[in-house]
Design a protein around this ligand. Sequence first.
Ligand SMILES: CC(C)(COP(=O)(O)OP(=O)(O)OC[C@H]1O[C@@H](n2cnc3c(N)ncnc32)[C@H](O)[C@@H]1OP(=O)(O)O)[C@@H](O)C(=O)NCCC(=O)NCCS
Length: 212
Amino acid sequence: MTASTAATQDPRLARDLAALARPGLLVGHRVILPGDERALLDGEAAAMATRPLAARRASGAARLVARALMEQLDIAPVAVPPGPAGAPAWPPGIIGSLAHDDTVALAALARGPEIRGVGIDIEPAAPLPPEMRDLVVTAQEHASLARDPFAGRLLFAAKEAVYKAVQPLDGLFLEFHDITVNLAAGRAVVRNGRVVALGLCVSTHLVALAVV
Ligand SMILES: CC(C)(COP(=O)(O)OP(=O)(O)OC[C@H]1O[C@@H](n2cnc3c(N)ncnc32)[C@H](O)[C@@H]1OP(=O)(O)O)[C@@H](O)C(=O)NCCC(=O)NCCS
């Protein structure tokens, strides 16, 4: 690892994210740095021109991760502009997802055909604020809250990841209560009956990966 890659890699997060990868599906991260907004390619930058600098910076960092994963999948790195509903427009044959918070950007990328949808989300490693509990957690999920202080926030991350995996496939807008998550089983069921596999990671951040 060179000095410049070391600055963009968090070793603990890298190790914990590696456990989420599976054959044909890669997960990567980057610590967001000033200047990452310049990584946006023409089509990407034009679509994001009105976003604040911090948002463009995070989106640039996520695309740097995505393009590095494309190279690992032996695909020429290309632009990934946002589509009409916000989902990234991937090159043919690639399925993926992006996420970022203020400090870290993530990408998950898979080469079909077994994997039809991928969603990833990142959240701070902190409990879900109590005022958000009823918005996010269904009656069925309540029991899981007692077992783990991060369970509420993991449910939040899992549902956002499921939304990102499923919305481009089904075109459905989903509320939190439209998705039921079983954290212990690593599984979610969407209101239209779609079943989604979940990978969950408790690290410097909480990360959820949803795979259809
Ligand atoms: C998609 C959404 C969940 C993203 O969450 P966020 O906390 O704003 O931001 P994140 O950093 O986690 O993710 C941002 C990335 O999501 C991706 N994204 C945006 N809309 C998407 C969609 N419809 N499908 C898949 N991915 C999408 C984009 O790649 C975006 O990054 P980019 O702008 O750099 O391209 C949110 O913007 C949204 O549309 N929410 C409405 C639906 C919802 O939240 N329902 C409750 C949960 S089910």
